[in-house]
Design a protein around this ligand. Structure first.
Ligand code: SIN
Ligand code: FE2
Length: 202
């Protein structure tokens, strides 16, 4: 536990399981190519590239942030979430329903992610569960108010992070990725998989 409700599980996914996740991701990216999201209003591009798996995917463009059932460029449904990812959710989420969305963030060549809250979901009773693959990243998180005190933790390949309870709406982001710290991805870089429950269960 590193902050009220933020749980860090270093090395939760072993190397063999990380390798099979990467294979599954390569398949997913063939069906749902990585796209460069744009900031709402300004239209500035994110430095990460993204795609999604599951019945819903998170997208951002000039019209805002939202979940949608189809890829913004191909208009086809997102590929299914691999079973191995659902199993990780079941082990750590302490939440009885499945996530509908798994956002795939791909960090390469200096990509980072500014401090933000994950708040486009209806059900904040569900945690956000993320899996890190590839190069180690410096993850920064704070409280639920912008501008508050923050702390950092390094996330290495195979680490799982759970933001639930009081930390569900905490500000968080990636300051930087340390290139050359993992041999998992042949081209280097980092992949983060973020599972989220979007709709309130009936
Ligand atoms: C995110 O908050 O969307 C990504 C966090 C991460 O890359 O670890
Ligand atoms: Fe986030």
């Amino acid at each position: 536990m590193i902050y009220d409700g933020v749980k860090h599980f270093p090395g939760f996914v072993n190397r063999e399981a990380q390798e099979s996740l990467v294979l599954a991701l390569r398949e997913a990216v063939l069906a749902a190519p990585l796209f460069i999201p744009l900031m709402p209003r300004t239209g500035r591009p994110f430095s990460v590239r993204m795609t999604n798996m599951g019945s819903l995917g998170w997208v951002s463009d000039r019209n805002g942030y939202r979940y949608q059932a189809a890829h913004p460029d191909t208009s086809t449904p997102w590929p299914a979430m691999p079973q191995a990812i659902l199993e990780i959710w079941q082990k750590v989420a302490s939440y009885p329903h499945r996530p509908e969305a798994c956002l795939v963030n791909f960090y390469q060549g200096g990509a980072k992610m500014g401090l933000h809250q994950d708040k486009d979901e209806e059900d904040f009773a569900a945690p956000v569960v993320s899996i890190s693959l590839g190069d180690t990243a410096l993850f920064r998180f704070g409280g639920t108010e912008r501008g508050g005190k923050t702390s950092t933790v390094k996330l290495a390949s195979g680490d799982v992070l759970v933001m639930g309870g009081n930390s569900r709406l905490c500000f968080h982001g990636i300051d930087r990725v340390y290139s050359g710290t993992s041999t998992l991805l042949k081209e280097g870089g980092r992949i983060n998989l973020t599972m989220r429950r979007v709709a309130k269960p009936n």
